[in-house]
Design a protein around this ligand. Structure first.
Ligand code: ADP
Length: 257
């Protein structure tokens, strides 16, 4: 007994954490594909095998994320906004007041109360611009791994001003910039700034807290170039915790007790 599992069935990746007390003991992700419950249960099986645990050691399985309802074997489900707030508030030792979550297909800004509850949130899930999907497409066109975007954008002095805010148009804009011989580094830095401006718009400057910290999480927060662009656009420090793609799964695991 004593172990809890949090599963975040996201649009792009299914993330799992195995938690004891408030500590993450094991985490892994797999790309989202049809048969999400089976994929999630494979992660559970992997964790139990690797840790030498049995079903009886697991107190509860909590599911969150847009595919949470598919996880019929979960003990309970938690909405992803609350799971994100719970997870980041705990991991930040109560310092977090605003979360910017960039996922595979949406962008969220969540404001927290001083007790770590959701005060309000805004979401942009109508358009892929400013989401992980946008970066994935750019990586494909630029023929450059997403994992190196952060380091590459540091090599550029000035970001390129990208005119297209729509993914489809941005795609053809990138193609023509490459054809003109514009260095990839500048294009990547420009992409980071265009996403950062979208985030700044969604955030609204009046919403920036003055009694706590602002955190970025979700898969794209592993990109240090995006973080730098965001700090430039917001003119303030934005924090990223280790393993920022797992915050929501962690929040689900520790919710409801
Ligand atoms: P969701 O919960 O919607 O599935 P995630 O928070 O798991 O989304 O984020 C998925 C996105 O994270 C991918 O679309 C990809 O753009 C981005 N991503 C994943 N790993 C990295 C990385 N190492 N560097 C930059 N971006 C990454």
């Amino acid at each position: 007994m004593g172990f809890k599992i949090g599963l975040d069935l996201g649009s792009t990746a299914i993330k799992m954490v195995l938690v004891k007390g408030d500590k993450v003991e094991w985490s892994r992700l797999v790309a989202t594909a049809p048969g999400q419950e089976a994929l999630a249960l494979d992660l559970v099986k992997g964790a139990l095998t690797e840790r030498g645990l049995g079903d009886g050691d697991i107190e509860n399985i909590a599911a969150t994320g847009y595919g949470k309802k598919l996880m019929t074997s979960a003990g309970h489900t938690v909405d992803e906004i609350s799971a994100n707030a719970t997870g980041l508030f705990k991991l930040s030792s109560g310092r977090c007041r605003t979360i910017i979550n960039i996922g595979g297909q949406d962008l969220k800004v969540i404001n927290l109360t001083e007790k770590g509850k959701v005060a309000d949130f805004k979401m942009n899930d109508k358009c892929a611009a400013g989401t992980g999907r946008f970066f994935e497409q750019a990586a494909r066109i630029l023929d450059t791994p997403l994992e190196s975007f952060g380091e590459m954008s540091k090599l550029a002095d000035e970001p390129l001003e990208l005119n297209s805010t729509c993914v489809v148009f941005a795609e053809s804009e990138i193609v023509s910039l490459l054809a003109k011989g514009v260095p990839k580094e500048r294009i990547i830095k420009g992409l980071h700034h265009s996403v950062a401006r979208r985030v700044a718009n969604l955030l609204g400057r009046h919403k920036v807290p003055n009694d706590g910290d602002i955190y970025l999480d979700g898969g794209p927060s592993q990109n240090v170039g995006l973080l730098e662009a965001l700090e430039d656009e917001l003119l303030m420090e934005v924090k990223v915790l280790p393993n920022p793609q797992y915050t929501v799964a962690f929040g689900a695991a520790i919710s409801g007790y």
